[in-house]
Design a protein around this ligand. Structure first.
Ligand code: SF4
Length: 242
């Protein structure tokens, strides 16, 4: 597994972005996240060593654009080059998450369906209104491996009508940090029930910094967010990723 960030920076687009960790981390370093810039690793996917071999080893999962949104407008001028590199590196698997799925059709390659089956896409939704805006678009797209990411989950969501056969997994997580919004454990269990009904993988990635369970509000230290979710032991898997 490796990270590949051809550009960095992002704009807040919806409620889920309110406490975006990229904006928070950048502001501590005095970086303006709203300025979208190409990075030095832009061509890293196709760099070769002296023997002519790719520097980035084959057969691994590449997390694409985890310090931005791969579909952000400012990167339109650079994205075709990245698509071409991704096509060349069919020996890798790629995953990107986006809150801008409405842009996918206009910025994806015309041969996406044929030549980009090694690209997995996660559509992020934080509440019902964003789910109802983004998921009808998402489920209509010719993407082979689709993930729904409900993190940070900031309200109850009903996913039933979107859990078709193309959806590999739903991932749920709470928000982290002092300003985090509450995560109600009932919301998590309700999404899990829907996943089980539709035989879609369900993963509880992290609890929230503030968590409501059985009407009691808990405050959880940041270093325990993932381990507490694992302790809940509620992940369910029906499908292989590929
Ligand atoms: S889309 Fe993602 S990266 Fe961009 S501001 Fe929102 S949460 Fe942050």
């Amino acid at each position: 597994m490796t990270l590949y960030n051809p550009w960095r920076g992002c704009h807040k687009i919806s409620e889920g972005c309110k406490n975006c960790y990229i904006h928070s981390a950048d502001s501590r370093k005095g970086i303006d996240t709203n300025c979208i810039v190409k990075t030095e690793q832009f061509d890293r996917l196709v760099r070769r060593n002296k023997k002519g071999e790719y520097v980035m080893k084959s057969n691994q999962l590449v997390y694409l654009c985890f310090s931005s949104d791969f579909l952000i407008e400012e990167a339109d001028v650079w994205r075709d080059e990245v698509w071409a590199m991704i096509k060349e590196r069919s020996d890798l698997r790629f995953l990107f998450l986006t809150k801008r799925i409405h842009r996918f059709k206009s910025v994806c390659p015309t041969d996406f369906e044929e030549n980009y089956q090694h690209v997995m896409v996660g559509c992020s939704v934080e509440n019902q209104s964003e789910a109802d805006k983004r998921l009808p678009i998402f489920i209509s797209l010719p993407i082979k491996h689709k993930f729904i990411i409900c993190q940070p989950l900031i309200g109850p969501i009903q996913l039933n009508k979107y859990l078709n056969a193309d959806i590999v997994q739903v991932t749920v997580g709470g928000e982290a940090g002092k300003l985090a919004r509450d995560l109600d454990y009932d919301w998590v269990l309700s999404i899990r029930d829907e996943c089980i009904k539709h035989q879609v993988n369900f993963e509880f990635r992290q609890v929230g910094s503030y968590m409501i369970k059985d009407h009691v509000r808990y405050s959880i230290p940041r270093n325990q967010l993932s381990s507490q979710a694992r302790k809940a032991n509620i992940n369910v898997y029906f499908k292989e990723e590929e």
